[in-house]
Design a protein around this ligand. Sequence first.
Ligand code: NAD
Ligand code: ZN
Length: 243
Amino acid sequence: MNHDLINDFKNAKTVAIITGAGISAESGIPTFRGDQGLWKNFRAEDLATPDAFRRNPEMVWEWYDWRRGKCAAAEPNAAHVVLAEMENYFDDFLIITQNVDGLHRRAGSKNIIEIHGSIWKARCTQCGNVFASEVTPLAEIPLKCQDCGGLARPDIVWFGESYDMGLLDRAFSFLSQSDLVLIIGTSGMVNMPLYLARHALDGNAVLVEINPEETSMSSMMHYTLRDSAALIMPELWQKIRNI
Ligand code: NAD
Ligand code: ZN
């Protein structure tokens, strides 16, 4: 591993991490792009949309319950665990994740922004109430609001929906002050990580990518590490701490 990369980590005080589905792949949670991510031959793009939910809330909830089952059966992997340890090492540390699986929190990370929401939360389409829903399989489908009995939906940002601007503002302002940003397991096919990375670059952050494949963000990076996150993160962490 490159000596300058390790030094950049050692000198960094404010560190941001951007994670995508790839970091959870080795925990057994499929990404949307791989074959494993298919459910009954539907693509995620045809299920994770307001239209699909309007047409068939039962089907969308069945798909989410299938995914919740996979998330519940999965354990955080070495990459999640290293990130939880890193939080105590750097002065300021924030994980900005596109993942909805809850594995960062289960690994022990505290400072997390889930920009796409959480598979463990639901939101009422009638009264707007957001509530935890952590049992899978669900007792009834579709899920109903605990307050008013209205139809509930996953508290997730679907394709074509807008982001929570409050959360994004926090992410962007942290990135503009970051010394180093590590981008793990995201393809950048959803454009937000690209904007986030560019914003950090404008603020003079060092950018590092961990991904076995080249992505739409690779050309922006100061360093690219082409292997799986669960392999690279422990090695990187050992070098940063001189072990
Ligand atoms: P993506 O599926 O578009 O891309 C995954 C990326 O991870 C790819 O670039 C791939 O090369 C890389 N990758 C695969 N295995 C890896 C590994 N072992 N280590 C490091 N990188 C690896 O994922 P995305 O960019 O996060 O976007 C997909 C969308 O789907 C997001 O909005 C996300 O909310 C959602 N999603 C979430 C989960 C989850 O919560 N675990 C799972 C699937 C999809
Ligand atoms: Zn309600």
